[in-house]
Structures are given as C-alpha cells and as structure tokens.
Write a protein that binds this ligand. Structure first.
Ligand SMILES: [Zn+2]
Length: 400
C-alpha cells in the first residue's frame, strides 16, 4: 500500500496556494488548493512552504554547541589560521565526547530546517582518522533524519603535515565524499604541491573537491585561477567548491568580472557564510555572471568564533544584510543561496517543491519569501519525507 499524506493550503514561493500530495516520501502531485479535507490530511493553513534548507559548510567535529562555553581566544597578531588551529587543539582536549557534540549540532540544524549538510572533518598527522571514524558513525546514526556529505579536511595542511596525504586517501576510502584543502599558498607555501595531492586524490577516488581558501587579494586570486585550471583539466565541472574565497571580496571590479567568468565556465561553486569582519564574495556580481553561490554556517560555537546558530534562514538574513539586499528579488536571492543554490552545489537529487521531488520541507509563518528572510520566524515545522521531524526548533523524540 502506498503511504500517502495530503498537505492542504501550502503557500508556495510564487504566492500560490497549493495542496501537496506526498506518497512514499516524495511529492506525487502539487495541486491547486481546495481539495476537500480528508482524514489524516495536514492543513498548513496558508503557511509558507520552502524546501528544507541546505547547510553547505560546517564542522561537526569541532563545535562545542551544548558543551561548556569556550571564551574566544584572539590571535596575537591578526587572523592567523595556524594559530587558530593550535587554539582548537587545546580546546578539543577538554571538550565533551565528539559524538555528543556532533549530535547536538545536527539536532540544532535539523530543528531549524536543514535536512542536507556538508561537513568538513579534520584529518592530520596528530588526530589521524579519529575524527573521520567518529563522524562517519554519527552520519550513520542520523541518516534517516538528514543527508550528510563529508569532506576529508587537512586542517593542518598537507605538505606541512607529513603523512596527511595518505590519511586523506584512507579517509576517502572509509566513506568521505570529498577531498578538502586549506590555503595552498599561505599554509603549505606550495600551491602546485598542495593541489597535486587534492586533485590527484579526487581523480583516484572519484571524489568531489571543496577547498578552504582564506587567502586574500592577488594571492587568493592566483589560487582561484589555479583551481579553475585544474578543474577544467580534470573535467570536474560541477564537482568543485571554493569555500570562503575572501579574495573575491577585495579585488578590483575588473579583476572580479574576469574571475567570475572563469569560475562560472569551470562550473565551480563558491561557498560563503558572510563572515563577520572579513571581505566576502560579492553575491550579486557572481550570480549575475552565472556562478553558483551557496552558504553554510561554517563554525558553530567553536575555537574560531563564538557565533553560529545552525539556522540557514538566519544565514540568508545575514547574507542579505551584508550584501545590501533590499528589494524583494534580492531577498529571494538570499533565500536561494541557502536552498536551491546549495542543492545545486552539493549535487542533491530530488530537491525542491515539485512533483517527483523528495518531500523534505519547512512550513513557517511568513506571507512570502522576502518576509521570511527579514523576519526569520522561529515558529516552523520541519518535514522529512513527508513526516514531521521538528517543530519550533526542537527535533521530536520519535524522529531521533
Ligand atoms: Zn570551514
């Protein structure tokens, strides 16, 4: 027998009022509203329905969410990735068990309406594969609740942490979906050597690539150009992400226009979380050039900063605010960044509110998308495969 549920009076992003029919976890039909209420139907009473949000970049292994508060330690002489990694190692030694912290963060994200996630997981010569093995277990435990992609992330560099390349290879064999990278120039001081390992492993294991790139200005731009060239040479269009890409936020408009064209042609997606006082990729210009820009919380209460609430709708608000988005179509673009664009960047199958798509959605009290982005209503219900899994930020006990 087909497991079918009718959701009545859903307000879609285009303003129309529809009934959503879900069969075996997918939308089987999106019909004009007005069907007679039948037993077991869920009346959404005109609430706005959005596809579940995409948390496109986070770190499940290093968050202290739900653990003791860790006061932020500032770098001694301006932002320094290496120094921050050292602070992180010290904090993690005193932290609660990783399974527990990762579970807390996952429930926070699901409670706020994210049902797909990409998490980077630290791999280096000191922690080895311990974090990867733990987070693979956490992914398995929560698989019915959220889809998780894992990135084998060389948090301590590749060439400057001997043995890491072999560990990354093993992490991919164990089940990580993508190979990460970290500031090939400023961290490993060897762009070619670093990217040889990253793209070499991607080809060997058929994995995607997602590189953390904080390097700014022309140095960062040079690295972006190298990643573009590697992506095209390896025919990896659509499988490569540059996370942060701060450089795109502080180069000249001409240089940005040239870079955007190349990034779009190479099918590389850019991830931003509109981070605090850092320059960040200009969304409007990049989207106009055809670049997929998506978002993630990145660090949630960890050693990098104390912020992060796991709410991608709030992230859309921050992105819109920092981008100077005021018009309705701009606010809709901010919402796209945490939903459809994220799904495209992660290559998700069956995403959206459409017949045939997975019935993973959020119902919230807002008149339309621009209002949702501005008001960030916390009163929302999250549905996974057509079943309620969270309400008002809390995952329901039976969904765990
Ligand atoms: Zn990150």
């Amino acid at each position: 027998m087909v497991d079918q549920t009718h959701f009545l009076n859903a307000r879609l992003a285009d303003g129309s009022l529809r009934d959503l029919i879900v069969a075996d976890g997918r939308f089987s039909a999106i019909a004009p509203a007005g069907n007679a209420a039948r037993s077991g139907a869920v009346d959404l009473a005109g609430q706005l329905v959005l596809p579940a949000f995409v948390e496109g970049h986070t770190h499940l292994d290093t968050s202290f969410y739900g653990d003791a508060w860790r006061p932020h330690i500032p770098c001694t002489n301006g932002f320094d990735v290496r120094e921050r990694v050292a602070f992180q190692m010290r904090n993690l030694e005193q932290a609660a068990a990783m399974e527990e912290r990762a579970g807390n963060q996952l429930e926070l994200c699901v409670g706020n309406g994210s049902l797909a996630m990409r998490s980077h997981v630290m791999v280096d010569a000191v922690v080895g594969l311990k974090h990867v093995e733990t987070i693979l277990g956490v992914r398995e435990k929560y698989r019915d609740l959220i889809d998780i992609q894992l990135v084998a992330f060389p948090q301590s560099g590749i060439l400057s942490s001997p043995g890491t390349a072999e560990l990354l290879d093993e992490a991919l064999r164990l089940g990580c979906d993508l190979i990460g990278g970290l500031d090939p120039a400023s961290f490993d001081r060897d762009v070619k050597g670093h990217l040889d390992v990253v793209f070499g492993l991607a080809e060997k294991r058929g994995a995607g690539v997602d590189v953390h790139l904080h390097d700014r200005g022309t140095l960062g731009l040079f690295e972006i150009e190298e990643i573009v060239a590697r992506t095209t040479a390896s025919s990896m269009q659509g499988k490569v992400v540059i996370s942060h890409a701060y450089a795109l936020g502080d180069i000249s408009p001409d240089a940005l226009a040239r870079a955007a064209e190349r990034i779009a042609a190479a099918g590389i997606a850019i991830m931003t979380n509109a981070p605090g006082d850092h320059p960040f990729p200009p969304l409007a210009a990049l989207r106009k050039a055809g670049v997929t820009v998506f978002a993630g919380s990145d660090n949630i209460r960890d050693s990098w900063w104390p912020y992060g609430d796991g709410d991608m709708l709030n992230r859309a608000n921050m992105i819109g605010y920092r981008s100077g988005f005021y018009e309705d179509w701009e606010l809709e673009a901010a919402c796209d960044v945490v939903s459809h664009a994220g799904a495209k960047a992660l290559g998700l199958e069956g995403y959206g509110i459409a017949a045939g798509a997975k019935a993973d959605f959020v119902a919230l009290k807002a008149e339309h998308v621009p209002e949702a982005v501005v008001a960030v209503p916390k009163d929302r219900i999250v549905y996974r495969a057509g079943r309620e899994v969270a309400r008002s930020g809390k995952v329901s006990a039976k969904a765990r």
